[in-house]
Write a protein that binds this ligand. Sequence first.
Ligand code: NAD
Length: 316
Amino acid sequence: MIQRRTVGIVGTGNVGTAAAYALFNQGLASELLLLDKDARRAEGEAMDLMHGQLLAGRVTCRAVDYPEMSNAQVIILAAGASQKSPDETRLELLERNARIFREIVTQLDKHAPEAILVVATNPVDVLTYLSQEMSRRPHRRIVGTGTLLDTARFRALLGRHYGVDPRSVHAYILGEHGDSEVPIWSNVRIGGVPLRRYCPACDKHCPTGELDDIFYRVKNAAYEIIRGKGSTYYAIGLALVDIAASILRNENNILTVSTLVDGFYDIRDVCLSIPVLVNTNGVAKTVNIHLEPSEADELRASANALKGIIRDLAIS
Ligand code: NAD
């Protein structure tokens, strides 16, 4: 069990700050270290949080440069560039973010080689994979938020549909955090009861397609939120705290996070989300859940889509 709990955040934009605020409020960390390319922004965020210290607990928070990140056990990476112009393609934006990550990972390898890195920046699976390639730390110590947020949305919407607290719904979204993600319907359980048994005994008598609509809303949630308010950050901030908690408190929580896959349903050499046990060592092991053949096919297709993006990348 780690006693001193220091969390670093690189990139104090919307997502980094939402994570900082959630960490500050929940008292999980004893110290927060904020770093941004825009140092004044990180300083402003740290000051703003510190003014709530009396009201939120004993957490301290300050803006730092890379050498001071050496104190951190967990470092959240939420730094990123946004689209330069409407002409900039997704791939060009990814190439810019990959360069930013090379700079960040190189600095963190130098100053905080023992910390576990938690990547949030999109495309999160590709940047988790590239960070592992760029870093000297073991791949188990670099994890991406992956489909943790999608899984949380899935459980929340299923819970609402069945009138059950989401904590009593067990369900996974696996694969890419994005368009090729896969709902594992065969594994959904309400209070431990598989859907194929729960639904016939339920008095809702849902029209065909209602469950498909739940997954559609999960997959398109980010687009919908962005249409409304420009970007998403509160729920991803909480997902980041969930991962940090599992690491700092050695919780052995099973989470769908992006990790290097080595043989799960014949998938190799790509980062995507599968259920893994997360503790103080980072990703400790894979939980080998059963997938139906069609679900396994979809997961392999998701892996191939991600491998295609990595192949197309040209980083100088
Ligand atoms: P933002 O533009 O508000 O913040 C990005 C921050 O990164 C800025 O403060 C910027 O100054 C900083 N930055 C840029 N280059 C840097 C560098 N070299 N070193 C340090 N800091 C640097 O963006 P945001 O809304 O906070 O989103 C951040 C990322 O999180 C995006 O890629 C977004 O797509 C992603 N995101 C992921 C999820 C998920 O589920 N994984 C959910 C929401 C958003």
